[in-house]
Design a protein around this ligand. Structure first.
Ligand code: WQD
Length: 337
């Protein structure tokens, strides 16, 4: 298939581009490079030996997007374009809603105009809000006490896609609810390149290991979990990328949501020891106050994706730690440095 990969230069996008190419698909990336750079795509090309078409465009501008995409044919859209910093979304809600909602509306409008009927959307486990029952299944209620505009934008996008599909039955869409993506391509050539101080755990740990940060702050140790620190389902980004390929290849009528997770929960301290063991570098840390809006535990039940997409995560947390380090140690300052 010829796949339009919206947001394809970002962390998930570059790994997904590579997985698509490895499965014989052709990739056209559309990205505004507001939080990414062309280097990631150049490295995907070098790793795969394939050529990736790159269209620089802001998808939240409908007219500009029509023009930018004219003359490019594609059979399916994987939509990963959006802003994703939880804390920033509480400070800039208008920007987050405009970017994350308008880009989806515009893509859907252009898909309809051009009769492109396959959509894979990058959603998040954050749409479940505070988990009522673990592990999380796809039929868990959406919108249960979501604490930030980023999370709401994902839940709203899911609803928009459902409403558009109801009015346009030819559309087939998959909502992929990511748990916590970590790791990098094992080559260390592509990876996560956060701007400023990382807000996510794994990139922060990797920056402590390389000496860019002094120590990790562990946000709270009195959660009702085994060691008191927050528990998450960390999924290797290559597994996640392959989940997009499986979703695309099994796409059917209607809208279906799938969890992309491993089904295994790891605490903050579990991740720290996994990293120390995999990499052989001690990670100094201190316990500080819990972060506002964090939940104690979020772990996927990934069985639906296994049953219907034939997909399952195969890589371990140790693999993710080793690969994050391969990326961090060979690119201490990220891309272009
Ligand atoms: C994981 C655990 C923290 C940093 C968020 C978004 C989600 C998705 C991924 C994406 C928690 C603890 C973290 C640190 C720490 N968004 N932690 N010290 O919060 O599960 O999910 O990122 O684009 O929608 O909500 O991920 O990596 O921030 O935190 O102790 O410096 O690590 O409290 O228990 P989270 P995370």
């Amino acid at each position: 298939m010829r796949v339009l990969l919206a947001g394809g230069a970002g962390y998930i996008g570059a790994h997904t581009a590579l997985a698509l190419i490895e499965h014989g698909h052709e990739v056209l990336v559309v990205d505004d490079f507001s939080n990414s750079c062309i280097d990631s795509i150049q490295r995907v090309e070098a790793l795969s030996g394939a050529t990736v078409t790159v269209i620089e465009n802001d998808l939240s501008n409908l007219e500009a997007s029509r023009v930018a995409l004219a003359g490019h044919d594609f059979d399916a859209v994987i939509h990963l374009a959006g802003l994703k910093a939880v804390g920033e979304s509480t400070e800039q809600p208008i920007r987050y809603y405009r970017t994350n909602i308008d880009s989806t509306l515009n893509l859907l409008e252009i898909m309809r105009e051009r009769a492109v009927t396959k959509l894979v959307f990058s959603s998040s486990a954050t749409v479940y809000g505070t988990p009522e029952l673990l592990p999380l299944r796809e039929d868990h209620p959406v919108g249960n006490n979501i604490t930030n505009p980023y999370g709401w934008s994902k839940a709203m996008n899911e609803q928009i896609i459902r409403d558009v599909q109801a009015a346009w039955p030819e559309l087939g869409a998959v909502l992929l609810r990511y748990f916590n993506p970590v790791g990098a391509h094992p080559s260390g050539q592509i990876g996560e390149d956060p701007s400023g101080v990382p807000s996510n755990l794994m990139p922060y740990v990797a920056q402590v290991a390389i000496g860019r940060r002094e120590r990790l702050s562990v946000f709270g140790n009195d959660y009702p979990t085994d060691d008191g620190t927050g528990v998450r389902d960390y999924i290797h980004v290559m597994d996640l990328a392959e989940g997009h390929v499986a979703a695309l290849e099994h796409l059917r009528d209607g809208v279906t949501a799938y969890n992309l997770g491993t089904g295994r929960g790891s605490s903050v301290l579990d991740l720290v020891s996994a990293f120390e063991q995999a990499v052989g570098i001690a990670i100094p840390y201190e316990i500080v106050a819990a972060r506002a809006g964090d939940v104690a535990e979020a772990v996927a039940d990934p069985s639906l994706a296994h049953a219907e997409l034939g997909w399952t995560a195969t890589r371990s947390l140790a693999d993710a730690c080793r690969d994050s380090w391969a990326w961090q140690s060979s690119n201490p300052n990220g891309y272009g440095a």
